[in-house]
Design a binder for this molecule. Structure first.
Ligand SMILES: [Zn+2]
Length: 284
């Protein structure tokens, strides 16, 4: 869920306390972004196998993988420990245009399945798929038991890795009658100016892959035909790499929730994101 009311309600007093809070929040969460997936694994394609003789080295085989040499950032929204540390996640950070809270708890289904867990599961499946295809993957968090990091730190981690592309994974807390996914895209604000066009291309690839590879429809209550531009989120405002944020469905809606909480559907989402990333980075 990415529309906290707090972005509006905190603005009035943010000016007074912001500098202290930004420093405190940004400094707090080091260590959560350790690069992962540095050792590409996987099976070469049939054609690669037929070409590869016994003399082909592992590095030669790896170089034939579709994402060899590419770096992909994954930001699984929120964190499982956020529920226990409101003081930490409620501190204010500058997102490039305005102040927003360091993080939020995210939403959850009526049955209590948290968005943080969903996001982390999909991210883990996606990471495995990408590594199998030869990519180096950088995650903004590597467990679902911590707190944060702040949304600004998440952007920093992916920017510092010079990712070729990145995806923020979320699920929405919308109206109970509303269904579907929405791809959120950045709006030019200075830091992200050079990646606006590329992010739009990637967003189109993600939208197409979700429609082709999953049963989730475009949202019928949020955005326009599965897309929306957002200028109030740190992850999009501060990015220097092509990036979109995906609300994969509405956890409040029973039909969407039944899908979102199913491992098979979470894997399907990961495969769709992998297909979109391969398409965006290689044209294939
Ligand atoms: Zn969220």
């Amino acid at each position: 869920m990415m529309r906290p009311a707090c972005t509006r309600t905190v603005a009035a007093f943010a000016v007074v306390v912001a500098s202290v809070l930004v420093a405190g929040c940004t400094a707090a969460s080091s260590g959560a972004g350790a690069p992962s997936g540095t050792a590409p694994v996987g099976t070469p394609t049939a054609s690669a196998t037929s070409v590869a003789s016994a003399s082909a080295s592992p590095s030669q085989v790896a170089a034939r993988l579709p994402l060899a040499g590419k770096v992909v950032g994954i930001d699984p929204g929120h964190d499982g420990g956020n529920f226990n540390d409101p003081a930490y996640i409620d501190r204010l950070v500058w997102n490039g245009r305005e102040y927003e809270t360091c993080d939020t708890t995210g939403t959850e289904t009526a049955g209590g399945y948290t968005e943080a867990q969903f996001n982390f599961n999909v991210a883990s499946y996606l990471r495995a798929d990408l590594v199998r295809d030869g990519a180096r993957v950088v995650m903004t968090r590597t467990s679902n038991t911590g707190v944060g990091p702040c949304v600004t730190k998440r952007a920093e981690i992916i920017n510092a890795a010079h990712a070729n592309v990145a995806i923020d994974i979320h699920a929405d807390g919308g109206p109970v009658s509303g269904r579907g996914f929405t791809v959120l895209e950045p709006v030019a604000d200075g830091p992200n100016d050079k990646v606006i066009a590329a992010s739009e291309r990637f967003g189109a690839d993600v939208r197409a892959a979700l429609l082709a590879d999953t049963s989730m429809p475009v949202s019928d209550y949020y955005g326009h035909d599965g897309l929306i531009f957002r200028d109030d989120l740190a992850g999009l405002n501060l990015t220097t790499v092509p990036k979109v944020l995906v609300e994969c469905g509405n956890m409040i809606n029973p039909t969407d929730a039944a899908l979102l909480t199913t491992p098979a559907f979470q894997r399907a989402l990961a495969r769709a994101f992998t297909a979109a990333i391969v398409k965006f980075l290689t044209g294939r």
